[in-house]
Design a protein. Structure first.
Length: 239
């Protein structure tokens, strides 16, 4: 039954991942740009007669969702409205998702700093790290692997963006044409300095019942093909 399917995603060892997805969904929903950043959008909240997205009804349902402690109680889940269970299941186990998310140990941050050569000017240690692991047979993973083989190795770099953008970033990737602070033209901006990325990482409010914290700042660590002809490096600072 649906209650048990939801329960799988909120057990102690994985509840932070469920919290992560809900927090990003809520941040996008609260944005005045929700029509742009809340993609994908749960189909249950699209009006059948007009195909319009019902943001008001979705916001009402999200506000009434209980915290993960109650979501870990199967008897509580069984008493929840079917619409709420479907929303939770869609958020945690979206059928179109070609990746899984794992809650990584924060010590991974040191490894990333080593690989990027970053020496932060101030304390930029994260409270949580979530790793996106892509399915090897997904079209995006295969396309990336083909580029890697054609152009050589890859590097890691940081990308900063407002919290409201991360629901779309996680599910759709980085979209250079949506960049509003293009100092060097249209494109996706990365930096090997996490402090530079943090300048663009505007914090925001996510899920009110989140254990991650209501106000969150996110930075993405991205793998890219450094020798691809479309990659342009600033002639000034090497970041």
């Amino acid at each position: 039954e649906l209650a048990h399917k939801v329960l799988v995603h909120v057990q102690d060892e994985v509840h932070k991942v469920a919290d992560f997805f809900l927090s990003l969904l809520c941040a996008a929903l609260k944005s005045y740009r929700h029509d742009t950043v809340l993609r994908p959008f749960p189909g249950d909240f699209v009006r059948a007669e007009t195909q319009e997205k019902d943001y008001v009804r979705l916001a009402k349902r999200v506000v009434e969702l209980p915290g993960t402690a109650k979501l870990q109680d199967v008897s509580h889940l069984r008493n929840m409205a079917a619409e709420d269970l479907r929303l939770l299941h869609w958020t945690f186990a979206m059928p179109s998702r070609t990746f899984r998310v794992r809650n990584a140990h924060v010590s991974l941050h040191e490894l990333v700093l080593q690989k990027t050569g970053c020496k932060p000017a101030f304390d930029a240690n994260p409270d949580h790290i979530f790793e996106l692991v892509y399915s090897g047979d997904s079209p995006s993973a295969q396309a990336f692997e083909a580029l890697r083989e054609r152009h050589g190795g890859t590097r890691l770099a940081f990308h900063g963006s407002s919290l409201e953008n991360f629901h779309s970033i996680v599910h759709n990737g980085l979209a250079g044409h949506l960049n509003k602070t293009a100092l060097f033209g249209e494109g996706t901006y990365l930096s090997t300095d996490i402090c530079v990325a943090l300048e663009f990482s505007k914090s925001g409010y996510g899920w009110d019942a989140s254990r991650l914290g209501r106000r969150i700042t996110c930075v993405a660590v991205c793998e890219f093909v450094a020798t691809h002809p479309d990659v342009v490096q600033s002639a000034g600072r090497p970041t």
